[in-house]
Every structure is written in structure tokens, then in C-alpha cells.
Design a protein around this ligand. Sequence first.
Ligand code: P53
Length: 479
Amino acid sequence: MTSRTLPAGFLWGGAVAAHQVEGAYNVDGKGLSVADVMTAAGTHDERKITQGVQPGEFYPNHEAVDFYHRYPEDVKLFAEMGFKSFRTSIAWSRIFPQGDELEPNEAGLAFYDRLFDECHKYGIEPVVTLSHFEMPYHLVTAYGGFRSRKTITFFTRFARAVFTRYRDKVKYWLTFNEINNQTNYDREFTLFTNSGFQVKPGENAEAVMYQAAHYEVVASALAVQIAHSINPDFQVGAMVAFTPVYPATDNPRDVFKAQRAMQSRFWFSDVQVEGQYPSWLTHYFQAKKYDLDITPADLANLKKGTVEYLGFSYYMSFATQANDHEDDQFSYNESQDLVTNQFVPQSDWGWQVDPEGLRYALNWMNDRYHLPLFVVENGIGAIDHLTADHEVHDQYRIDYLREHIEQMELAMTEDGVEVMGYTPWSAIDIVSASTGQLSKRYGFIYVDRNDDGSGSLARYRKDSFYWYQHVIATNGAEL
Ligand code: P53
């Protein structure tokens, strides 16, 4: 138990992403997105990426939990929990169905007007991600996603359209969700969902990732500039998956390996916050002979488009150790270089649960970035059981969230870290991003839907719903 009081105005809330809740994948003119061509996987395998939508395959995001039609009921439940904020994303392919049109789709824009109005009805502040794993699929097939510099233009056109439309409805924006997932460039899922491409035979995946990510940080910096030209009061943030990488031992080689891992995972936010590339990375490009398209105009734009806060997700921590054949760069390959941390337990999906790592994360970012921080995702995917009385006794979720909130509060009250808000993942059950499962549940609200798409879609409050309601009511004093 803690009795720490947080500042008034702290943005308690919950988070989702458009593609994981909305469904209605082909309604009101929406085009296909990358999320619409990924099948469902099991607990320990990866989703299949198909060539377009293939007959006979099951695509769980097509219907998801039908938030597109049920949002009034869902937002009402968020308000009942006491949400001050609600984080979601705008499905890019609702606004620009193909991605490369010149004019936005009015029906798509109108949906988010309705959604944001519904939030404001209850005093809930929307926190909106521009790109959360949902690039229009046509940009993938026609341009190779962010392989192409042209995609910067498509993205900024989208950003301008929504900044203009929601000028008076949304104040808090995030550019790219977990832009740094693609550090793990050997994983098909991360490159496809972050950047909209797949690696071709014989290609150097790391080099292509760095090129695409460069275009993204430039697109992000341009979006920040556009945002402020439209409304100077907008707050635009970057968003990284903050998975700290610890050294497995106190062997100095392991410590340096962990430092290189952290540099490799967080150069994205270094650039977005500081407006320039870290020196290790420009030297790394030279050492690896990666001849990237990075122009002086790009570098000038990075300087002009720095973010005003840093959003991050926090689920787990990693550990690494040096191997016997390190190159001079101690190059970090996330698919190969992680080891199990014996000091922390794992979730059913093998995620290393580490509440103290959240305090470490907040301190690390505070020291490095000197910006307000926003915990825009935190939670645990778990199997829930709905009782005959439609209850869900998810004490494990309450325990997870309580332990993490405690560490966040310690960082704020004992370490002086400025945290703007906390929007745990997820406000309501969603389709898991990495597995496509519904049964990897995160929500405070249970949705009657199964992995195979069956179920009534009815909503039920879990025990965690009532617990979180009390946390918000006491502004974090009673956990
Ligand atoms: P799922 C990897 C590591 C940390 C967070 O993840 C990640 C990922 C990608 O799987 O994703 C974020 O559903 C993401 C959400 C996602 C959530 O974490 O794979 O921003 O879209 O649902 C949980 O279990």
C-alpha cells in the first residue's frame, strides 16, 4: 500500500489502437492496412503475412471487437472507470484508403469526429497516435512502405489532414507507435508493422531497416512542424517501446554489450528528442558501409521537428551478454543476443515481468531526455475466465498493474521524474498485435469473442475494472 498523491490533472486513462479494436475493415471507404493481411497465430508462433486478403484465411483484425460500431457503449464504460484520457490511433487507411490519394476520405474523418466528441462528452482527453501498425497496404505493394522516400509525403499529407480536422478536439499526439520495435530487424512482424516492407533474399535487413527508420524520423519531424503551424498548443510526442536491456553479469564486456543494445534501441528517440543522430550511429553506418540516403535537408528538418514529450510502452525488460566473437561495434542483433533474466518471472507468453524496471526506465529517460514522460502502454496479456455470472477475477492483472503503478509513483515522488499520465494497455480487450489472439487479453473490459472469431461481442466489467476505478478516484493514492 502506498499513500503517494500525484499531481492534479494527471492523465489516468487507457489505451488501444484502431486496428486492434475497430474492425469494420472495409466500411465507409476504408482501405486495407498492413493489419488486414496478417492472420492469427498461436501463443508461440508468428502471424502469417499474406499477399492481400486470401480466401480461406482468417484475419482477426477485420472485425476485431467492433469498436467502430460500439464505441458509444465502450466510451461510456471508460467514463465509468473515471478515465481522464483515452489513447487510440487514427487508422491511416480510413483517411487515405490507398495512402497516395490527394484528398482524404470524408467518411473516415467523420468517424473520428464522432469518437472524439463522445470522449469530450465525458471530459476524456484523446491521446492520438498517427501511425500504430496500420499503414495503408497499397503503400506496401506500390512503394515498399518506408523503403521509399515518397512515403514521407504520404504520411505528412495524412498528418496535415488530421491535425487540421481535429485542431480543436485533440491536443496530445504521438507520431509513430513503438518506432524502435524494428531494432529487431530479423523479425518479419516488426519490419512489416513499423515500416511496411519485407526483406528480399540477399538483402541486408539491418541496412534497409536503418534507411526506412531514417525516413520515419524525418516524417515525424515534419509532422511536428506541421502540427505547430496548425495549432501552437498541440503537444506532439515520440513513442518508443521501452524495454530496458540489462547486462547479464558485471563482466565489463556484458555491460558494454548492454550499453550498445540500449543505444541500438533508443537512437530513434535520441534523434526525435535531440534533433540529431548520436555519434556512435553515424560511425556505425560508416563501419558497416551502409550508404544511406540522409540529406542535409533531412538533418535540418530533424533539428526543427523535435518532440515536446516522450510517450513509451513498458511491458518487460530484457538482458544481454557479450559473445566470444564480438566485432569492434559490439553489433546488437536482438533476435540472437538476448538471454533469460533469472531474477524476474515470465508471463505465459514469455515476457519478463519487471515492475522495478519501470522506475529504472523513467529515471533513464529523465536523465537522458529532460522531457515530460507519458506511460502510454503498460499491461499484461493473460488468459481470462468468464464465470457463469459474467465476472472475471483477474487478480493477476491487478497485481501486475499495482506493482507497476507503485514504481511509477516512486519515480515521480522520490526521484522527481515528471510523468504526464498513465494509459495502461488496454482499455478493453483487443486483438493482440504480435499473435492476433483475442485470448491474450489485456483489457479492464472483457469482450465475448474467441480466437476463431466466434462470440457475441458483449462487454463485461472485470475485477480490474472496479479496482482501476478506485485507483483513479483516489488519484493513485490507494492501490
Ligand atoms: P501484444 C513487442 C514488445 C512490446 C510491445 O503486445 C509490443 C510489441 C509488439 O508485439 O507491442 C505493443 O499484443 C503495441 C500494442 C500491442 C501491445 O504492445 O503483441 O504497441 O499494439 O498490442 C501488446 O501482446
